[in-house]
Design a protein around this ligand. Structure first.
Ligand code: SF4
Length: 237
């Protein structure tokens, strides 16, 4: 598929002010014959997005990348999501490189000595592989998650992975995600209620004292470094 797919279908284009539910319905109609996948790191937004697509009674792959450095709470959430959404196909496309092999090949604690390389090995390269045959990539990105995400569009062409990227929650605030989660009884990571606004790998995620569950911040991720992104969404690593 190429960028032309955005221009050549008959469905009306979607506006940036469309509700997430409208974007979800539009994406299923417009790209009905394309290979679509949801990717998630089991953040609050990703869980809400998965719920929205599951309501359409579709079978779709939900890809996650187990870095082998997840918190126990994240693995528990993954299991709850699998149980809650039996029609969805949760697929781990994480690296086969064990932490021990990584240490042998690149030195101990690579997340400290070279976190960009660590993210590249454990996230970006596996994601590149996972998206190879995909036409449409569904993500839970929001514009107010960070300055680097401020320009996220609900539907766009992704030059990094060469596919259509749909972000139905682009216009949402954090509290919208939280309200959706609570209203619809969607599983979520209990660490959010314990001062972890964003949950990634154990080595690179810190507790942020005083953080409320409906507040969001990238504080707590790669604390002490200028790094704010893992590189999955083309914002550099
Ligand atoms: S978040 Fe940290 S531990 Fe996880 S892949 Fe990136 S650098 Fe490595």
């Amino acid at each position: 598929m190429s960028i032309d797919v955005i221009k050549t279908t008959h469905t009306e284009p979607i506006g940036e002010d469309a509700t997430p539910e409208r974007v979800v319905a539009w994406s299923l109609e417009r790209f009905a014959n394309q290979r679509m996948v949801i990717t998630t790191s089991f953040g609050m937004e990703g869980c809400a997005l998965i719920d929205m697509y599951a309501r359409h009674k579709i079978t779709i792959d939900v890809i996650y990348l187990d870095t082998m450095f997840f918190f126990p709470e994240t693995y528990a959430l993954r299991d709850r999501m699998i149980e809650r959404y039996p029609n969805l196909n949760f697929v781990n496309k994480g690296t086969n490189l064990t932490p021990e092999q990584q240490s042998e090949q690149h030195g101990p604690e690579l997340w400290k000595s070279n976190p960009d390389m660590c993210c590249n090995l454990r996230k970006v390269m596996p994601m590149t592989e996972a998206l190879q045959d995909v036409d449409v990539w569904l993500t839970g990105l929001r514009r107010t998650q960070s300055t680097t995400r401020a320009t996220v569009r609900v539907a766009d062409w992704d030059w990094q992975y060469q596919l259509v990227k749909i972000s139905p929650l682009a216009s949402w605030e954090r509290r919208d995600a939280w309200e959706y989660i609570k209203s619809n009884n969607v599983p979520y990571n209990e660490l959010h209620e314990k001062g972890y606004p964003s949950v990634g790998c154990t080595h690179c995620t810190k507790h942020v004292p005083g953080m409320k569950v409906d507040e969001y911040s990238r504080a707590g991720r790669w604390t002490g470094l200028e790094k704010t992104e893992c590189g999955l969404h083309g914002y550099g690593i």
